[in-house]
Design a binder for this molecule. Sequence first.
Ligand code: UD1
Length: 419
Amino acid sequence: MEKLVVTGPTRLEGEVTISGAKNAAVAILPATLLIDGTCTIENLPNISDIKISCEILEKLGAKIDWIDEHTITIDTRNISTTKAPLDLTSKFRASYYLIGAMLGRMGEIEVGMPGGCKLGARPIDQHIKGFEILGANVSLEKGTIYAKADKLEGSSIYMDIVSVGATINVMLAAVLANGTTIIENAAKEPHIVDVANFLNTMGANIRGAGTDVIKIKGVEKLHGNSTYSVVPDQIEAGTFMLAALATKGDITLKNCITEHLDSIIAKIKEVGGHVEDYGDSIRVWCDKRPKKATIKTLPYPGFPTDLQPQMGVVLSLADGTSVINESIWESRFQYTEELNRMGARITAQGKTAFFEGVESLHGAPVYSTDLRAGAALVIAGTAANGETDIYNIEHIDRGYENIEGKFKNLGANIKRVRE
Ligand code: UD1
């Protein structure tokens, strides 16, 4: 078992390069199943979710060559089975993208219910509704999803809920369908645009990604033979921006798209942080205690739920009492108990948490309850007085490339220890 040991307090200073977006990459990899050929994908984050995604694709018959630790060439011409390996698909959430991609490519898929962070109920009814409207039969037996279709037929789908996963999944299924599919009330996250751009580069015809109406004209085949670079990770960028705030630091982020960060920049300024925006890099610094704030998480372009715990650390240290309303996941406040062990004063009730700001946090043994909670604890440990031991760090490794290396480069006293 490994843990991270962080000794603070440290004011984080310097430059950090943002990796490719996890949530785009975990969709782009299954999307390669729609290609009858070979393609190269660059700027993949070096994280465990990507390694598992590649293993799953190999088990289905894809051939993957690693050019370097962020680049693969993938040949999906010889897909040989429609049964996804249950032991691997249960390890992360995005395995649900195999359904849309394999329905499009093979007309059939058998896959276990997806795993991933335990953030409360994570239904996939909107995904299934979309596949059924396109003509698939979908059934669920003993935790396994069976989906089958002779030929998918384009149609109009109105999403009852704004869902990142359902939007991408239905988009994947529609790319090779007969006719045109229209997704209304679609999610608008940057990684949805990135998946659409990837598919269009390979020959798909998708318009409107990034707005709430996406139109997909089915094409005969995707040609491959192209190279695509994954978009920078908006959530990793936000994590370091909030780390600058929590440690009264000064961090410049390289390789990010700052227009994806508007809601975060707005909140950073509201609590007294400073931002210099250079388009593909951004400097964030803070020279005094952050001010209190009220936050509600929302689908993009609202404040992202995946930055809520990291913002929670900032507000734990803010002057005054702050409120966060979590509107996406019912169990996203588990991290607050861990921060309270470090001296924070947070009361979470249902979807709302109250943060009575304290002057400082102190080190403690804490448990990473999910991916973003883990990142929040790394920030808290860096800001806190004394030693913080962070356990269950496999959650963090699922989504952050070399988190201790990046924090260390910014001055943090952090090490990975095997017990
Ligand atoms: C994705 C992200 C995750 C992020 C979340 C919200 C990936 C791999 N994960 O998760 O990091 O926290 O978006 O930004 O990209 N819902 C339904 N029925 C459905 C689908 C969703 O009721 O069929 C509900 C969910 O319970 C949740 C809300 O819709 O309350 C949003 O979920 P969704 O956008 O689908 O999240 P994921 O795609 O699972």
